[in-house]
Design a protein. Structure first.
Length: 46
């Protein structure tokens, strides 16, 4: 059971990292996620 959980976590990490492709892409992903959370909470700053 523990091996299965570890395998799922490892595969999820690999897929997540390959989706970003670069550090720049990862930064854009984090920024867009932060913007979405801010706008959803109604506290977006300009």
């Amino acid at each position: 059971m523990t091996k299965q959980i570890g395998l799922v976590l490892a595969l999820t990490t690999v897929i997540g990292l390959s989706a970003c492709n670069t550090v720049n892409g990862a930064g854009k992903d984090v920024k867009s996620a932060g913007t979405a959370i801010s706008s959803a909470s109604g506290e977006s700053k300009k």
